[in-house]
Design a protein around this ligand. Sequence first.
Ligand SMILES: Cc1cc2nc3c(=O)[nH]c(=O)nc-3n(C[C@H](O)[C@H](O)[C@H](O)COP(=O)(O)O)c2cc1C
Length: 194
Amino acid sequence: MTIDTEAAGKVLSGLRPFPVAITTIDGGFANGLMSLSAGAASIIPEAPRATISLTKYNLTHDMVVRSGVFVMHLLSAEDDRIEESLEILMTLGGSSGRDGDKVGKLRTKTGVTGAPVLLGAHSYVEARVTGTLDVQESSIFVGDVAAAEVLHPGRRLQIGEAWSKLPPAWIEQYEANHGPQLANARSRRFGDAG
Ligand SMILES: Cc1cc2nc3c(=O)[nH]c(=O)nc-3n(C[C@H](O)[C@H](O)[C@H](O)COP(=O)(O)O)c2cc1C
């Protein structure tokens, strides 16, 4: 059976427009990445949950599996905050923690879970993982919210606005970073021949 991937893209693309910065800590090392997989995962207002999907290729994935904690940050789109938002996005989303400390370049405080909270973010929730779904190339994590704070009220940054303001040289670096990740995902899903 062949799939109309163009139609699938029309249904599935852009469903989660807010890029989020995910941080965690494991064995004393703090790390994080950017993600477009963030969602709310509870209908109980007094017991909120958050969900993210991380690719196994990424270091942050294994760190969240081991530590069981993550912080999900929204970024600000306000004129006086956008520069720091793009800095966070480029720092966490353009290279791997395997190649060097990324979180140490950003302003942080330690959250209640022990994971770093990014002080330049719009807002955040800290979460303790309550369930994980393994789907070959990635894992979907659901976490109980342990703390939440709005740091800089105002508009939240959406990915379309971010792409329009990111420097072309960084976008090239992101694409170079994305290639091996995609190859790894295909290999995990279809086997090495995939
Ligand atoms: C806008 C944007 C969205 C991304 N979405 C995801 C995502 O949903 N899940 C994921 O695992 N990686 C995602 N990535 C890729 C990671 O942020 C990137 O591979 C990062 O360098 C991984 O770092 P790490 O190896 O230190 O964990 C995204 C990157 C960008 C820039």
